[in-house]
Design a protein around this ligand. Structure first.
Ligand SMILES: *[C@@H]1O[C@H](CO)[C@@H](O)[C@H](O)[C@H]1NC(C)=O
Ligand SMILES: *[C@@H]1O[C@H](CO)[C@@H](O)[C@H](O)[C@H]1NC(C)=O
Ligand SMILES: *[C@@H]1O[C@H](CO)[C@@H](O)[C@H](O)[C@H]1NC(C)=O
Ligand SMILES: *[C@@H]1O[C@H](CO)[C@@H](O)[C@H](O)[C@H]1NC(C)=O
Ligand SMILES: *[C@@H]1O[C@H](CO)[C@@H](O)[C@H](O)[C@H]1NC(C)=O
Ligand SMILES: *[C@@H]1O[C@H](CO)[C@@H](O)[C@H](O)[C@H]1NC(C)=O
Ligand SMILES: *[C@@H]1O[C@H](CO)[C@@H](O)[C@H](O)[C@H]1NC(C)=O
Ligand SMILES: *[C@@H]1O[C@H](CO)[C@@H](O)[C@H](O)[C@H]1NC(C)=O
Ligand SMILES: *[C@@H]1O[C@H](CO)[C@@H](O)[C@H](O)[C@H]1NC(C)=O
Ligand SMILES: *[C@@H]1O[C@H](CO)[C@@H](O)[C@H](O)[C@H]1NC(C)=O
Ligand SMILES: *[C@@H]1O[C@H](CO)[C@@H](O)[C@H](O)[C@H]1NC(C)=O
Ligand SMILES: *[C@@H]1O[C@H](CO)[C@@H](O)[C@H](O)[C@H]1NC(C)=O
Length: 713
């Protein structure tokens, strides 16, 4: 029995040996792979399967052909760190190498680019750096078809001669690196199948090279966010297979040639925003039957919209924002564009009314017509826009706000409504039966000189997060129902004629009391939020959120600042300036640890500035000027950074920094603790980046209003 068992085992071993000998990987290849892993500083655990004693064809990420030769190495997202060993270039039949989504650093070994076998090379999303070397001209034809080196840290000029050898090249993605110099034109000098070129997010300069037109198979040409200048070279229009053309955010100029349109009839996606193109959109655009997205925003285009635009029946996005277009929108028959989802014509000189044909685009989700010269009233037909989520009509000359509110209230998917800068001198609709607006999160009816009270129907907008009613003539008190709006976190009712005391209800607003300073849940689904081009860096202590704000400035509020204000711990900005508030600044304000802006100027406040305010470490704008404050200005903390104008108009305030120095008696009022802090405190604020258009409320309200750069559009 034992001997037969032994025999079976021996047989099994023999079988195994026979089986594996057919498959087993070549010893030399195994050692190349082991050298690769040995040069990593972090192998992400693959060494567990990469054991010298075993067949490398069964190792994690390795694929061999039936002869036991390695043909693919796929180690994406394995947590690899360290350098890529040139030894991978020794795998003579390796055709696919995918090392994407790791943390590999150092250079890309020339042995891989010049490999006689690699067809697909993907090292995207790593930390590779240095220059890409030109291939040695003696190297013979390369089989490489796909090269993805995007999202690394490569620098220097992009190779040029290298591509001349590659007869099989199909796609290059080199986006999101730091390449400099000119875009080479050699991609198609030998490959006739070259189809995809993405050079976006680099520092390429110079013109678009002539020669690209030779790329008869080119479908995608993308070079967003570079410094490319000049106009389109004529031969570009020979690349008639182009479907996707994108040069957003460069320095391109000139007119949009008829030829672009007539010859590139396969275009599906065009993004030429943030350039300096001028002139008209040519009539021939109507021939682009496949066109789905047209982005020409932020250029210097002018003239009327060509009526032929209505012939591009596949259009889903039209963005012509911030140009100098004139004429009436009615030139275009929008009812021919049933797929339209996004229409942004804001910041131009369009005149006339909103054509009813827009209301037949039943899939429209985004409509921005702000900052034009449109007039008239909305009609009931806007009720057809069942999907609409965003409407901005701000800064035009629309009339009849009562009608507007009644028509829009039934749009169930509406989340953001910006209609400020219209309806001059009308009355705020007070009709308590107004309901609807079930999903509205952001509402701005600013700059309308509206009269009347803050209307009761607002209390039914239970999802409201942002309310902007500034620059009107609203009167009466702040309604006590304000604390029933559980999500409200940004309130700007400044520049009105509101009266009464600051109500206790305001101190009970859930979002302002919560510890969560920054829930970034700005209304979602904004098509342009994808664009991460311009980066406005602000000093702010939390990322990508709408700051919680209360602005009651420039009204007629009376009484005291309630002590309960200290409950609003999430507040980032508090403005009570230009009112008739009296008595002392409550000590409890020092509990508002997130405050960045505190403006109490132009009131009748008395007593001392609470010394504990030095503990507000984020406070960067502070103003108590023109009150009746006395005693010494607190010393230390952020107070060493405020200018003396922050304290002006309070003759009895004293400070070593002010004209009025403190005498001994006054100094006694000051706190004993904070003297040492006086010298220098680093402002503990972390810079953060607001990517352009994180959401419209960010784009519109924060940038424009909170940081006072622009108007709410
Ligand atoms: C793998 O094993 C072979 C044969 O046993 C040996 O020659 C070689 O040095 C080993 N390689 C490594 C990296 O351990
Ligand atoms: C490389 O792997 C990643 C992750 O699996 C995948 O998304 C990517 O498409 C692969 N690259 C190529 C060129 O196939
Ligand atoms: C790299 O680019 C190639 C070609 O466009 C693509 O197939 C591949 O999926 C990309 N890799 C990743 C990780 O996206
Ligand atoms: C190129 O890669 C980047 C990521 O690095 C990706 O966002 C982009 O879509 C890719 N381009 C193409 C044309 O696939
Ligand atoms: C650019 O690369 C960085 C670092 O790899 C990455 O975090 C970022 O997502 C990339 N950006 C794009 C647009 O792909
Ligand atoms: C475009 O191609 C045509 C025909 O192939 C050629 O005659 C013409 O010179 C090319 N145009 C440019 C500007 O290169
Ligand atoms: C904008 O275009 C007009 C002509 O339409 C031209 O006169 C003007 O110089 C251009 N402005 C810029 C900044 O290019
Ligand atoms: C739109 O196309 C139709 C037929 O294809 C044509 O008759 C008409 O002139 C075009 N309209 C415009 C404004 O180009
Ligand atoms: C609207 O969108 C839906 C879903 O995206 C689609 O099924 C429908 O065909 C579209 N309607 C029109 C008129 O394009
Ligand atoms: C309204 O919005 C919801 C959620 O975003 C979506 O599921 C629904 O399809 C939308 N309705 C219409 C008519 O677009
Ligand atoms: C706005 O419209 C009103 C009434 O239609 C008109 O009296 C006024 O002149 C217009 N204002 C502007 C700036 O066009
Ligand atoms: C405003 O609209 C309402 C309701 O649609 C209508 O009854 C009223 O006549 C309109 N007012 C003006 C001045 O057009």
């Amino acid at each position: 029995m034992p001997s037969s068992g032994l025999a079976t085992a021996a047989l099994l071993l023999l079988l195994l040996a026979v089986a594996t000998s057919a498959m087993a990987c070549v010893e030399q290849e195994k050692s190349s792979l082991l050298r690769f892993i040995a040069e990593l500083s972090q192998d992400g655990g693959i060494a567990m399967s990469w054991q010298n004693g075993t067949d490398c064809c069964v190792w994690e990420g390795i694929t061999c052909n039936e002869d036991g030769v390695v043909i693919e190495v796929h180690l994406a997202s394995k947590g690899l760190e360290g350098q890529i060993s040139p030894s991978l270039g020794e795998l003579t039949s390796l055709s696919r190498l995918n090392l994407s989504y790791n943390s590999l650093s150092g250079g890309l070994p020339a042995e891989l680019m010049s490999s006689g076998s690699i067809v697909v090379l993907d090292v995207s999303f790593n930390r590779l750096n240095g220059d890409l070397q030109e291939l040695n001209p003696s190297v013979s034809d390369q089989p490489l078809q796909v090269l993805n080196i995007s999202s690394n840290r490569f620098t220097g000029e992009f190779p040029s001669i290298t591509w001349e050898k590659m007869r099989n090249l199909v796609a290059i993605n080199a986006s999101n690196n730091s390449f400099t110099g000119h875009i080479p034109s050699s991609f198609c000098s030998s490959s006739t199948s070259f189809a995809v070129l993405d050079l976006g997010y680099n520092q390429f300069s110079g013109n678009i090279p002539p020669g690209i037109g030779k790329c008869s198979a080119l479908r995608l040409l993308k070079a967003d966010d570079n410094n490319i200048k000049g106009s389109f070279p004529g031969d570009l229009f020979n690349a008639t297979s182009l479907e996707y053309l994108s040069f957003a955010n460069n320095g391109l100029q000139g007119t949009i040639d008829d030829a672009l349109v007539v010859k590139l009839i396969n275009l599906v996606f065009v993004h030429l925003g943030w350039n300096r193109f001028s002139g008209k959109i040519p009539n021939s655009i109507g021939q682009l039957k496949r066109l789905e997205e047209l982005h020409m925003n932020n250029n210097n285009l002018s003239g009327e919209l060509p009526s032929s635009l209505g012939n591009c029946t596949n259009l889903a996005t039209i963005n012509l924002r911030s140009n100098s277009f004139t004429g009436e929108l009615a030139k275009v028959n929008f009812s021919n564009l049933p797929n339209l989802k996004t229409l942004d014509l804001s910041t131009n000189y369009f005149t006339g009314i909103i054509p009813e044909s827009i209301y037949s685009c039943s899939n429209l989700t985004w409509l921005r017509l702000s900052s034009n010269r449109l007039h008239g009233q909305l009609t009931n037909k806007i009720g057809n826009l069942k999907s609409i989520a965003f409407v901005s009509l701000s800064y035009n000359n629309f009339t009849n706000i009562t009608n507007t509110i009644h028509i829009l209230k039934s749009l169930r998917n509406l989340t953001t409504l910006l209609i400020g800068g219209n309806f001059m001198h009308e009355a705020m609709p007070q009709d308590e039966t107004i309901d609807g607006f079930e999903n509205i999160k952001g509402l701005s009816i600013n700059d309308c000189t509206l009269s009347g009270k803050i209307p009761k129907w607002l209390s039914k907008l239970k999802k409201l997060k942002v309310l902007a009613l500034y620059n009107n003539k609203l009167s009466g008190p702040i309604p006590t129902w304000i604390n029933s709006l559980n999500f409200l976190k940004y309130v700007d009712i400044s520049n009105n004629s509101l009266t009464g005391e600051i109500p206790a209800a305001l101190m009970e607003m859930p979002m302002l009391k919560s510890d969560n300073v920054s829930d970034s849940s700005v209304p979602r689904g904004f098509p342009f939020s994808v664009y991460a081009g311009a980066c406005l860096c602000f000093q702010y202590h939390t990322a990508t959120a709408l700051p919680k704000m209360l602005n009651l400035g420039n009204n007629k509020f009376t009484g005291v600042i309630p002590n309960e204000i200290g409950e609003l711990k999430a507040l980032v900005s508090l403005n009570l300036s230009f009112n008739n508030l009296n008595r002392e600044i409550p000590q409890s304000i020092s509990n508002l640890k997130n405050l960045m802006v505190l403006d109490l100027s132009y009131n009748h406040l008395t007593g001392a500035i609470p010394p504990a305010l030095v503990n507000l470490h984020f406070l960067s704008e502070f103003n108590v000027s023109y009150n009746d404050l006395k005693g010494s200005v607190p010393i230390g903390g952020q107070f060493s950074t405020f200018p003396s104008s922050s304290f002006a108009g309070n003759p009895e305030l004293c400070s070593p920094m002010l004209l009025h120095r403190c005498n001994v008696a006054e100094a006694d009022l000051s706190p004993p603790s904070s003297k040492i802090d006086y010298i220098n405190k680093v402002v503990p604020v972390i810079a953060f980046c607001v990517f352009f258009g994180i959401g419209v409320l960010y784009d519109q309200i924060v940038v424009s209003r909170y940081f006072r750069l622009n108007r709410l559009r």
